[in-house]
Design a binder for this molecule. Structure first.
Ligand code: AMP
Ligand code: ZN
Length: 474
């Protein structure tokens, strides 16, 4: 089946054709590890996971690289404010990030290169840019990319050539479109950088943010690869600058498909610390929502539409997943003699078709959701009418499992366990799930804290063989 995506580069829906048959090489801008990632960031990672799972569903082998930005303006600023060495400071947030990915059942990338482990590769790339005449060292000691030496500059963000102010320089990693200028490849050592610096042919200093992604993606994926993704806020300047550096260095097209997700909003406003509507994943877990409920919200709106995050939305996700659990449990008891095989086959075929047609069309999650509801409704009706035998029921469960290769949150195998703890407040169940995850990650301080929390709420959590748990009222 053909899969198509909206390519930001062409602003069009395009059939996906990888460079190598059945192989996909994909690069994802990862977190800047100076803080706990917020759920806006996780919207981006959840969208990328949906993309990855969709490609795998249709038979592609995916090689995904996600970088960890562990040196930039923000990591240096905040590690200094915390009075910690940069490496120790970022290590804490790297670990938290990987825990959060697990909670959201985001499939791991093949490689997670950290910027500080790839300084020589970045220096080599900057040297190539010098050789090509696209880089220069300014009076401030910093090395800049000369945008007027790359005529295609602006092709991703569609910036007019007339507005480009060549020769004007900008040192910050982040800036707006109206500040288009030569951007920093290498920043000369500065007071504010403290002890964060490396030697280079241009004197001591550190890399700019953009060069990190060009150097690391090409190291692991080659000079040309299939897909590059990120949140829409990364399109300019970050991705534009990545293209300029990479294509100026190699002389040919770098990435074929660019996919960007829209922002996550909270109650209609952009999520921001100053508005007080800023949530990390941990904030939501502490309020009693589970990773699978949060995941369903994050993937549930088409990735190019703004996602308005609300607690109502989380409650709806909870309800949908409860319906899935209930159906699975009903299916386990299905034993009608002589079920209606033709009807079940029609239902399965139709739901699968809706699901696949949707998801293959630029990850249209609405289609996938419609298929899920079609299956829930149809199978429940057949059960009501006593038309589903055990074999038919097994086929329905198999299709739910198949859908879950992409949804990643139906988790059919634990439905009974969740239902047996029904009547138990959902936050207690969520704490028990979080405790299990913490135990798996050997974070025993956290798992003890959660056990106490559960106790305070009047429940006892017991472990059962196979990594599951049971909750009892005290
Ligand atoms: P950062 O750690 O700021 O570099 O961001 C990591 C990823 O999260 C990038 O792909 C950003 O584009 C994305 N991102 C940041 N804020 C949001 C948001 N509110 N909604 C969706 N994606 C976001
Ligand atoms: Zn990047």
């Amino acid at each position: 089946m053909e899969v198509s995506f909206f390519n930001t580069l062409s602003r069009r829906n395009e059939v996906f054709r990888p460079i190598e048959a059945q192989q996909v090489k994909m690069y994802t801008c990862g977190p800047t590890v100076y803080n706990f990632a917020h759920i806006g960031n996780f919207r981006a990672y959840a969208f990328e996971d949906l993309l990855r799972r969709t490609l795998e569903y249709f038979g592609y082998k995916v090689t995904q690289v996600m970088n960890l930005t562990d040196v930039d303006d923000k990591t240096i600023r905040d590690s200094r404010a915390a009075g910690m060495a940069l490496r120790d400071f970022t290590a804490r947030y790297k670990q938290a990030f990987f825990e959060d990915l697990k909670t959201l059942n985001i499939e791991p990338a093949e490689v997670y290169p950290a910027a500080t482990d790839h300084i020589p590769e970045m220096i080599a790339l900057i040297e190539t840019l010098f050789r090509k005449g696209c880089a220069y060292q300014a009076e401030d000691g910093c090395v800049y990319f000369s945008i007027d030496r790359f005529p295609e500059y602006g092709k991703l963000a569609r910036i007019d050539r007339e507005n480009q102010r060549s020769g004007v320089r900008i040192k910050n990693d982040e800036y707006a479109k109206d500040a288009v200028a030569d951007f920093a490849l290498w920043k000369a050592r500065d007071e504010a950088d403290g002890d964060v610096w490396w030697d280079s042919p241009w004197g001591p200093g550190r890399p700019g943010w953009h060069i990190e992604c060009s150097a690391m993606s090409m190291k692991y994926l080659g000079e040309s690869f299939d897909i590059h993704t990120g949140g829409i806020d990364n399109m300019f300047p970050h991705h534009e600058d990545e293209i300029a550096q990479s294509e100026a260095a190699t002389g040919h097209q770098w990435v074929n498909y660019w996919l960007h997700c829209a922002h996550l909003m909270v109650d209609g406003d952009k999520m921001s610390k100053s508005l007080g509507n800023f949530y990390t994943l941990r904030d939501l877990l502490a309020r009693g929502y589970s990773g699978r409920e949060i995941r369903l919200v994050l993937i549930g709106t088409h990735y190019r539409k703004k996602l308005n995050f609300t607690f109502e939305g989380l409650e709806q996700a909870r309800e949908t997943l409860r319906r899935v659990d209930e159906l699975v449990s009903r299916l386990e008891g299905a034993m009608a003699a002589g079920g209606d095989t033709a009807a079940v086959e029609m239902l399965l075929r139709s739901a699968q078709e809706t699901f696949e047609n949707g998801i293959a069309d630029d990850l249209n999650i609405s289609g996938a959701n419609a298929a899920l509801f079609e299956l829930l409704k149809g199978a429940n009706r057949m059960l009501d009418e006593n038309n589903l035998d055990a074999a038919g029921a097994r086929q329905v469960v198999a299709l739910l499992r198949r859908f879950d290769r992409i949804f990643g949150c139906l988790d059919v195998d634990h439905a009974a366990e969740r239902l047996s703890s029904a009547g138990i407040p959902p936050e207690v169940t969520a704490w028990a799930e979080a405790r299990q995850a913490a135990r798996k990650a050997k974070n025993f301080a956290e798992s003890d804290r959660l056990r106490d929390e559960i106790k305070k709420a009047g429940y006892l959590v017991e472990d059962v063989p196979g990594g599951a748990f049971r909750l009892k009222k005290l």
